[in-house]
Design a protein. Structure first.
Length: 193
């Protein structure tokens, strides 16, 4: 390797200090002010007009893909998923094709997540790990899903969603009741177990 640097570091503080001195000497000629020695950074005030008001946040949103880009991306995704499926089937020839993903799968995924966050599925003898705030968020997401899909689901889908939402809310109520009871009990003094 050569000893010559591939980049140069410029200390812009020196340039800024020179600009400030020039600016102060020009302003001192215009309006005499008493000089005050400073031993640190100086506030730089720009005397230009304020910028135009910012556009609404919608303009800052990322651009949506075109229909052609979406089709190409979906085709690439489907091809990649098929390659993975073919590799898995080559290792397990008796395995059939996976069932198509449905609305019920989505609801079940939220159900499982909420129950795990509330400590379900903990192996016997281990202390359950509870994420009560995560569980609440997952349950609230199920509620949003129910609200946004109202009157747009089949009877089976609506029943599944309603049942799952009822179950996870009941589990949440039971868990929060247990937490409240534990919080109300006085702590056990050390050595008295």
């Amino acid at each position: 390797m050569s000893d010559t640097p591939k980049f140069t570091v410029i200390d812009r503080r020196k340039i800024k200090a020179e600009e400030e001195q020039d600016s102060q000497s020009n302003s001192a000629e215009q309006t005499p002010e008493p000089e005050t020695p400073s031993a640190g950074p100086q506030l730089v005030v720009n005397d230009h007009k304020p910028a135009a008001p910012e556009a609404p946040a919608e303009d800052n949103a990322p651009q949506l893909p075109t229909a052609k880009e979406s089709r190409e991306q979906k085709a690439a995704y489907d091809a990649a998923a098929q390659r993975i499926e073919d590799m898995i089937r080559a290792q397990n020839p008796a395995m059939g094709a996976p069932p198509p993903v449905t609305f019920e799968h989505l609801v079940q995924q939220f159900y499982v997540s909420a129950m795990i966050q509330m400590g379900a599925g903990t192996q016997e003898g281990q202390r359950p790990r509870v994420d009560i705030l995560g569980a609440r968020t997952t349950i609230d997401l199920l509620g949003v899903l129910a609200e946004k899909t109202k009157d747009n689901l089949s009877e089976s889908e609506a029943n599944t969603l309603e049942t799952v939402l009822f179950d996870v809310r009941m589990a949440f109520l039971e868990l929060t009741s247990m937490i409240s009871l534990q919080a109300m009990q006085p702590p056990i003094p050390p050595g008295k177990k």
